[in-house]
Ligand binder design. Sequence first.
Ligand SMILES: [Zn+2]
Length: 417
Amino acid sequence: MQPRFNALWFIILVPSAMFSLLYLWQAVFPGKINPDVFNYFTSQQVDAAREYARVARLFFIGSFLVQATFLLWLVFGGPAVAIYGWAQEVSGGSYRGGILLVFFVVWLAQRAVNLPFQLYGDYFLQHRWGFLTQTMGSWWLDYIKMAGLDLLLSSLGVLMFFWIINRWHGSWWLIGASFFSLWLVVQSYLWPVAVAPLFNRFEPARDPVLVADVRNLSAKAGLPVDKILVMDASQRTTRANAYFAGLGKTKQIVLYDTLLRDYPRDEVEAVVAHEMAHWRQGHISKGLAMGILGSFLLWGILFLVLRTTLDVEWYMHYPAHTWIVALLFFLLASFASSPLQNYFSRRMETEADRVSITLTENPGAALRLQLDLAKKNLSDPSPPSFIRWFSYSHPAVLERINTIRGQRGIIIGDIPS
Ligand SMILES: [Zn+2]
């Protein structure tokens, strides 16, 4: 009773393996630095950014490879059979109890496998480079809260997954993808009001100059923006950022307090304009639409993978294999499809950069903002080509500068480096 390693797995594994190798290669040997970088950055800044990027990249790819190997071993190495036998015994033969036990054991094991990477990458590395302002205790508190939320939602998800499989035999993938799409929408709607406040405090922006700036921009953009929130990011990080989130009534623009504290007013205005541009160009709904399309595609392929790896009877009655195969499939599929996702994301970012300048009519501030963000956040100013193509959700800093400079032929004065 072994899962079959067939051609479909080969098709999924080959790109994942190739991408991992290329990524690993460029993480270790990032190649030459584009000389244009030195028009804006000192060689110390470039060296520091490259060193930070090297370690962060090695941790990213290391974590993926360890997780993928672990799940491959669970599926094809035999432990799935043993885990299921044990779960059946402990749960006294209960189908749902067995599923939940299997889920919990695998969940715990995956967490344990990934913990060293998270602890080092999110805590020690960030601390070493001066990004983290959090204590170890508060980091653990975040970790436990996040894990608890994940455990709660995923265990509901796993019960639903098996309910759907057993209820709609030949078309469960369509129903699964529909429920998943619905979840994507609900999650986008609820995240800013239900999840984000568990970790941070949000307050409406009070600074009258900022509020007036935002009103002015929103009038220009033709957007009724009434929710500009400031988040207490400084309790965790020195990094500055901003994002937009929510749907309908929960729509909001969130600014890190670090941005307001450390950046000049016209650069903050450039950030707000960028976020508004995302909003005006409908990027939240476009992103959601792509997520929904992708989810139907992935569930369809998962259906084929399960049918050919396990038999129909098997994947309904031996949930341990089914669940672990599904986890492995989603891990590999999201890894292998990240260039596609990032391609669309970078296009939207470039569009937002362009539109934001038509709102502020201040390309100089947009330019200084990109440079300040890159310097303070230690972004690699000259990322290796494959890594940029594979994993960059935003264009690299020089590309963003070129977008801003190329916008409507605006001539910008000297930019201090
Ligand atoms: Zn953006």
